[in-house]
Ligand binder design. Structure first.
Ligand code: GCO
Ligand code: MG
Length: 432
């Protein structure tokens, strides 16, 4: 067994393209041997950095880098209270970095350490959104021409704040940061006689479930009319409609044969999925808001979902993710790791390692990384023919240009960079 040890652990905080990223770097007793891990929780990045710098760093210095499992288990309970997004992200950064090191020492990509490939590359889905059916459709067309075959479609709901496309009615603000109940509450005349044409622009943008559902169903009808049923389309409800409306919505959606319908309910309401399963066959994706593997067990065990949407760093990295993947395979539930812009390129590389290895891989969410981000992370997975490809290099196969990263510190943000506060017409909160 190697006697290479953890010499130091550091956090790299950088914002190359308007998304705050947290990368953990483990330096070892072997000169030049280091590993990288994703610890990106973009709404609370400095809390994650403190959890690494102040607690995991002193706890793990000197440990043998080979002992990933024991390091994960002992770190997980080193805080006694556990299972939250901040500590799990810190642990993920360490865990992924140790897998990166193990691959470099074995001169193998991590997918080979996990048992080798089940596919040559990982099919991905990309995001489209817009203010109208045509605008979304035109973006779908562009991506189809670039070779993508799975496309998420979201659209503004006229006059409202909408997930996936903040545009409220022209000339109004988005719902962002209406963080006091006394914020600008919309003119509610329309509540008594709802009618698109009469809808007034809502100052600040509010969210109402039924206009959103009508708008989304109209979008699916349009997309199927324009592109037929050969194209795979996906949609993210983002936990914003009351559960019983979600049951109704899933039934309406069935005829549009979505690849999956995501976050139909909040994790707190996920017991409602039982009703959906009894009434329709719309494929269900859930999990980006799961922090504990124990939240996902009943969803897999009771076959309440088809795709595991976990954000890998939110549950603590590759080590727990590979265990959940294995459980999913036994229940024929597939993976669809969370992977928008606020998964770092290192996180995307970690997702890809499991995607190439897992028999029960489903789809990978992909963010088209801007040029500066790609330059900062050499070796980042590439997108071609609608799939994500590994460079086959040892470990996670990715690096970071630390000098460049230092040139892009976190920007100041109003409200500390909190997720948008979304409210209904009466001012009550909507889960994000
Ligand atoms: C998705 C997610 C994201 C989240 C974001 C939160 O399906 O990609 O819903 O868009 O909203 O990652 O920070
Ligand atoms: Mg989502």
């Amino acid at each position: 067994m190697s006697n290479v040890t953890i010499r130091d652990i550091k956090t790299i905080l950088t914002e190359p393209d308007n998304i705050r990223l947290v990368i953990v770097k483990i330096e070892t007793s072997e000169p030049g041997l280091y590993g990288l891990g994703c610890a990106t929780f973009t709404q609370r990045p400095t809390a994650v950095a403190a959890a690494v710098d102040d607690y995991l760093r002193p706890f793990l210095k000197g440990r043998n880098v080979a002992d990933i499992e024991d390091i994960w288990q002992s770190s997980y309970v080193s805080s006694y209270w556990r299972n939250g997004p901040v500590l799990n992200n810190a642990l993920s950064g360490v865990d992924q970095a140790l897998w990166d090191i193990k691959g470099k020492m074995a001169n193998m990509p991590v997918y080979d350490l996990l048992g080798g490939r089940a596919r040559v590359a990982a099919p991905v889905y990309v995001h489209t959104s817009g203010e109208s059916h045509e605008e979304v459709g035109d973006k779908v067309q562009e991506f189809v021409e670039q070779g993508f075959h799975h496309i998420r479609v979201q659209m503004s709901t006229p006059g409202y704040a909408t997930y996936g496309n903040k545009g409220a009615a022209k000339g109004t603000e988005t719902a962002s940061n209406q963080n006091t109940l006394e914020g600008p509450i919309a003119n509610t005349d329309w509540l008594r006689e709802y009618d698109d044409s009469k809808l007034y622009a809502h100052p600040g943008g509010v969210y109402e479930p039924k206009p959103y559902m009508r708008s989304a169903l109209g979008l699916f009808e349009y997309i199927r009319g324009r592109f037929g049923y050969g194209l795979e389309i996906l949609h993210d409800v983002h936990e914003r409609i009351p559960p019983i409306l979600g049951v109704w919505f899933a039934k309406q959606v069935e005829k549009y044969q979505l690849f999956f319908l995501e976050d139909l309910f909040s994790p707190e309401d996920q017991a409602y999925f039982k009703m959906v399963r009894e009434q329709c066959a719309t494929p269900i994706a859930m999990g980006e808001l799961h922090n504990s593997p124990h939240e996902v067990i009943p969803m897999i065990q009771n076959r309440l979902m088809d795709f595991i949407r976990i954000h890998m760093s939110q549950i603590g990295g590759i080590t727990p993710a590979k265990k959940i993947t294995a459980m999913g395979e036994l229940y024929n539930v597939r993976t669809a790791w969370h992977g928008p812009g606020d998964t770092s390129p290192v996180g995307h590389a970690a997702n890809l390692m499991l995607n190439l290895n897992a028999y029960n891989f489903g789809i990978q969410e992909a963010a088209i990384a801007p040029e500066r981000t790609r330059e900062m992370f050499p070796g980042m997975p590439t997108l071609k023919d609608g799939m994500m490809w590994s460079n086959g290099k040892p470990g996670l196969g990715i690096d970071i240009d630390e000098e460049m990263a230092a040139k892009f510190p976190f920007k100041e943000r109003e409200f500390g960079g909190a997720w948008d506060t979304v409210r209904r017409a009466d001012g009550s909160m909507v889960k994000p």
